[in-house]
Write a protein of this length. Structure first.
Lengths: 346, 346
């Protein structure tokens, strides 16, 4: 059987704020069959992950491209790989059979041919909503878990600040922090988000950073005893303000710098004298270096979900054609929680 | 017996580049006796340590003063504590007797009355020059040792960059790095210093940063395979350039930021996207948090000295009245190696 496989491409490198017009929906025919013994698996994609970091792969020449493998750069016209969950349509790999539900690196397209060497994992399609395998039980979840537990090394009673706290990672960091007995304040960019943090996600407090002309004094108000842990998703001025309010031996997990992704001129201007005397550690990390935590992450987070101790916050658009606006919306702060695109139902 | 105890004070807070005229030599009478059971010890000071960080304690209101104990601030007119080595003149403490040679927190003065609660340690006056107990076997040595081994966690073959490499700490970091099988490049501010690094201290290479208009490309030249460890003593532009040239999982020990001490407007503007993707760790530290390493530091460094595997680089001025120019000179780059003032011979 042959289908028209729709996919999303970038028309050109994107160096500023992305807009819908930077993208194009294309279609190519795909034969739904694989050669026996080829180990290939054709997956019909159900939910695709929409993540800010992808923008760094779309730039003309970003530092991440230099340091990432060169292969990580997305060329105009090329398929765009992305994490997702899907259903096996046809399999030339004995580990998978038709109708298995799998998660792994798919792409912004309707069908993905997964070649040998790409990790694909079967999941139980019944216990949790399928989207959870892309959000709270997927890379965003592992990023939050590894960053909070392994990089921040929290102790009970410590004061934790999270930026983009209603985002895919921040919303989970805050919940892990509460489960660890920490005091947690988040910031976000709208009243709706702030309310979500305080009323649904158990944050001790939250504020709208757009209403704070002076971030340093805002943080002084929210943390009269100082910040022990800052989980940074934004970089630049917020990072400066957090460091200025940190306690001795404070830890900063550098997870993202979304304010710098669309404007390379925006930079934090850290007071290094402060960093030295307060013995602060700032550490950049990526979840993929912490796969040793994966089993513990899945079992504990599943358990928290089963007992209602955590909740997934998801923001789902429908149809592959919604990918460009879903992606561009990340940089306008449109999303509340993990941004996903749902292509079809199981 | 009563003596005139000369001491150095600051006349006012110092917020920019310090000059000799910011200081004054004063004198107060001191009776060389202690009450029995008082536990006090009067020390005649022999060598006093002259360190850049003291400037942070002399400012009107620096971040270090907020985060340090308030007591760390040096008030105009007040005695200025500093590490040193001296000889016991009279002791009300059974642990010390007259003529013992001791190291500890003394002050920029001729005699220091050491009160109970201040750590004073007896040293063997015969094995090494007394000045070594303030330099290579003193706080500068521990700073280099703890920063390099505990913060940078070097592996054999790694590429190490050291700034202010001919200074009190940098000159030792480079030597420890060579002893650990690393490739080491240092930067300094004069040809004499660069020659010292290459010819006497065993650095693999060294350069004069004043002759490099573009620090990033200079470091690219000296580290074609990238930097694994940067031992930062200067902050600002050099820190940016080092991070831009770092390898994956690079480590930065933030030891000092001398370029920022005299100009709070000078800041590093780190590319956080780079820091994240390269998973770089930046960590501020002070030697006093690493006293658990003290015994190992002393025994291994003494052993290196005995076997000629390390050398102390010292820059010694004579007489208490030379303290202001010795101190101001640190910020002009006058010193080569550890700056000390010798008050008298043993």
């Amino acid at each position: 059987m042959e289908v028209e496989n729709k996919h999303i491409i970038i028309k050109h490198a994107i160096d500023g704020l992305p807009t819908e017009s930077d993208f194009e929906l294309r279609s190519t025919p795909l034969v739904l069959s694989v050669a026996q013994g080829s180990k290939e698996v054709v997956v019909k994609n159900l939910f695709l992950s929409i993540d800010p970091y992808q923008l760094n792969r779309m730039k003309t020449c970003s530092s991440s491209q230099k340091t990432f493998a060169a292969a990580a750069r997305i060329q105009p016209g090329q398929r765009i790989d992305a994490f997702g969950v899907g259903k096996v349509v046809v399999s030339g790999n004995e580990e998978f059979e038709r109708d298995d539900v799998v998660v792994g690196l798919l792409a912004w397209e309707e069908y993905t041919v997964v070649r040998p060497g790409t990790t694909l994992t079967k999941v139980d399609p019944h216990e949790f909503p399928l989207s959870y395998h892309v959000s709270i039980l997927g890379p965003s979840g592992l990023t939050a878990y590894a960053g909070f537990y392994d990089i921040c090394k929290p102790k009970k009673g410590e004061k934790v600040f999270v930026s983009t706290a209603s985002g895919s990672v921040g919303s989970l960091v805050g919940q892990y922090a509460k489960l660890s007995g920490c005091y947690v304040v988040g910031c976000a960019g709208s009243k709706t988000k702030v309310d979500l943090l305080k009323e649904k996600l158990g944050f001790d407090d939250a504020f709208n950073y757009k209403e704070e002309p002076d971030l340093k004094s805002a943080l002084r108000r929210y943390f009269p005893e100082g910040i022990d842990i800052y989980f940074d998703n934004v970089g630049s001025a917020m990072l400066d303000a957090a460091v200025a309010n940190m306690n001795l031996f404070g830890r900063v997990a550098l997870c993202g710098a979304i304010s710098e992704y669309t404007d390379a001129g925006k930079r934090a201007a850290l007071d290094m004298v402060d960093v030295i005397y307060k013995r602060i550690t700032l550490r950049g990390f990526l979840a993929l270096d912490h796969l040793n935590l994966y089993a513990g992450f899945i079992s504990s987070t599943s358990d928290h979900l089963r007992h209602g101790r955590m909740r997934a916050v998801e923001d789902i658009s429908t149809g592959l054609e919604s990918v460009p606006s879903a992606f561009a919306g990340l940089f306008r702060g449109d999303n509340v929680g993990k941004k996903l695109v749902q292509l079809t139902s199981l």
